[in-house]
Design a protein around this ligand. Structure first.
Ligand code: ADP
Length: 472
């Protein structure tokens, strides 16, 4: 691709030069010629009129001599490089700036017909075959007493006009060459600003296509190409990250499935080969049930996460009283709390209607409360508090449990994250509960934060939008 793009640009450049030349050689040439011809004809005609009204009229009125007028028209011939004639309407030559004065000689312009001008100031041609080369000829009548006595004719060689046109055209060619060379700057700009960065991008895409998503490159420009390069690089890093996450995810899932399966298998083997006596079966069956429960929980959590991802932003939002949901969730933990002697204290504002997916919010509260209870010591208090501020309701679940080490805080919402300390203690945990919570809250366009001190306790706070409407 890189060769063709560059070649295409060079080709366009050559075509530009070629057409520039063709246009100057055809249009510009003919336009210059046309312009010069009209201008020359105009000035010749004005001069012819002037002669007709002055010397020539004087001549016909016998106020001046042939020789005097001849001298005048000779001077004008030299000045204009144009042959000056004075002729009779019949075509008889009275004076010719290019021939001596000879009143005796009778030179006629054969077939002379002033009507040849036909409304125009000038004609181009050999003027009734008098000249061998083309001339611009103008004709001005010499009139007195409403009668045409004769004509002043001026003839200018077309070759002279072509020579002037050529020298003007040479300037156009020179300008074209200068323009062509100057446009080389565009080529240099193209190379530096488009071609080189594009090459970098192409190399990068080749690397990405071959699977090297960690390939790094940068284009130092702030235009669209720089933006494209940055976006591409960002996209690749995101794909690389997604790939890494995927690998980590599979490794975690495999690990989390393998450990309960290994222990189930161990217990079953021990039971079948007699290592565990039948009177102990009841105890081991309970362990096996716990392990399978854990596998079911893990599978359910994975399915929930997958559904959340697949359905993206799709939420079944309704207007409901969040206090009711909080109370219901707290009640569902009554048994567990009693066993651990944990009290749940509810500090709730007056009923607040929120616009959210109630089932999902219930799941959020369930997961957070489940963790709070799990990591709280016996005989402790868990506080659930709601605060309304700026059309938002903030729900906090605070425990006096183990807390989360500072360096682990930023990972708690990651999939499969379990703190080192909880790994041993909390065998039921999957490390997916908070990932699900975060996914749900974010899909509502809201946020969740955690404040925790190791050994003191943890507080999870999330927000929901307050609805102006009534409960559905
Ligand atoms: P799990 O199902 O293992 O509880 P979570 O995603 O809910 O998974 O939690 C991830 C980890 O975060 C837990 O293993 C624990 O280390 C830590 N954690 C979560 N909530 C609390 C809490 N209230 N107190 C202390 N640690 C917590």
């Amino acid at each position: 691709m890189r060769k063709t793009l560059y070649l295409k640009f060079i080709l366009a450049y050559i075509i530009f030069g070629f057409f520039g030349f063709v246009i100057v050689a055809t249009f510009v040439s003919s336009m210059t010629m046309e312009h010069l011809r009209r201008e020359k004809a105009e000035s010749l005609y004005l001069e012819a009129m002037r002669i007709a009204n002055t010397y020539a009229t004087d001549l016909y009125n016998n106020e001046t001599s042939l020789e005097t007028v001849k001298r005048q028209i000779d001077a004008l011939d030299t000045f204009f490089s144009a042959a000056v004639w004075i002729i009779n309407p019949s075509g008889r030559m009275i004076l010719d700036s290019r021939a001596p004065v000879d009143p005796e000689s009778e030179v006629f312009v054969e077939n002379f017909d002033p009507g040849v001008m036909a409304g125009s100031h000038y004609v181009v041609g050999t003027f009734f075959d008098v000249f061998e080369e083309d001339c611009i000829s103008v004709l001005a009548p010499i009139a007195s007493d409403f009668k045409i006595n004769g004509y002043v004719a001026l003839h200018y060689s077309m070759n002279n006009l072509r020579a002037s046109a050529d020298s003007l055209l040479n300037i156009s060619y020179l300008l074209l060459v200068i323009l062509f060379l100057l446009s080389l700057i565009i080529l240099i700009f193209f190379t530096e600003m488009v071609y080189r960065p594009l090459r970098k991008i192409t190399v990068a895409t080749e690397q990405y296509a071959s699977g090297n998503m960690h390939y790094e490159f940068s284009v130092d420009s702030e235009d669209e190409i720089g933006y494209l390069a940055a976006s591409l690089s960002y996209m690749a890093s995101e794909i690389a990250r997604a790939g890494d996450d995927q690998k980590k995810f599979v490794a975690n899932v495999s690990h989390d499935f393998r450990s309960p399966l290994t222990s189930i298998r161990g217990y079953l083997e021990a039971m079948s080969d007699g290592t565990v006596p039948p009177e102990m079966y009841e105890k081991y069956i309970e362990i096996l049930t716990n392990e399978t429960d854990r596998l079911i929980k893990l599978t359910n959590s994975l399915l929930t996460l997958n559904n959340l991802n697949m359905r993206g932003m799709f939420l079944d939002k309704t207007n409901f009283d969040v206090n009711k949901i909080i109370r219901n969730t707290a009640v569902s933990f009554e048994g567990t709390c009693r066993k651990k002697k944990i009290a749940i204290e509810l500090i709730l504002t007056d009923s607040v209607i929120v616009h959210a997916d109630s089932d999902k919010i219930q799941q959020v509260l369930y997961n957070l409360l489940d963790n709070a209870i799990k990591f709280s010591p016996t005989d402790s208090i868990i506080k659930i508090e709601t605060t309304e501020k700026h059309n938002k309701i903030f729900i906090s679940i605070k425990d006096n449990g183990t807390g989360i080490p500072k360096n682990e805080l930023k990972f708690v919402f990651d999939r499969f994250f379990k703190s080192d300390s909880s790994r041993g203690r909390d065998r039921r945990g999957t490390g997916l509960g908070l990932a699900i919570v975060k996914e749900i809250i974010n899909s509502h366009g809201e946020n969740i934060n955690v404040i925790s001190t190791e050994g003191i306790g943890s507080e999870f706070i999330f927000s929901l939008s307050v609805s102006e409407e009534e409960e559905d």
